[in-house]
Design a protein. Structure first.
Length: 106
């Protein structure tokens, strides 16, 4: 596990909270992200940190308790393309939540 980003530490603050209907993970290779305007100006916008954070997110999204909630969206391309990909996920989730009980994060 990435140093300073312990899995249990990352997950614990959310335990017992309402579980989201969906988690949309915007996936973009760090080399592509680095080509976007303003990349690298923030502490977390360094390739090493991005790889560490992605490692934790991969573990979170592959956790059997939550796996069905995660939707990976390709975030490469133009804004309109990414927006369309996100809406495709959102529409399916919204269409399927009618009458569902509120779940909690375990």
């Amino acid at each position: 596990m990435a140093q300073g980003l312990d899995y249990t530490w990352c997950r614990n603050p959310d335990l017992g909270l309402p579980r989201p209907d969906a988690v949309i993970f915007l996936s973009v290779p760090s080399k592509v992200a680095a080509q976007r305007g303003g990349f690298g100006e923030e502490r977390y916008e360094k390739e090493e940190m991005q790889l560490r954070v992605r490692e934790v997110f991969d573990k979170l999204r592959n956790d059997p308790r939550d796996k069905d909630d995660w939707h990976e969206v390709d975030a490469t391309g133009e804004i309109e393309q990414v927006s369309d990909r996100i809406w495709n996920v959102v529409e399916k989730v919204v269409d399927g939540i009618e009458g569902n009980e509120i779940r909690t994060i375990l």
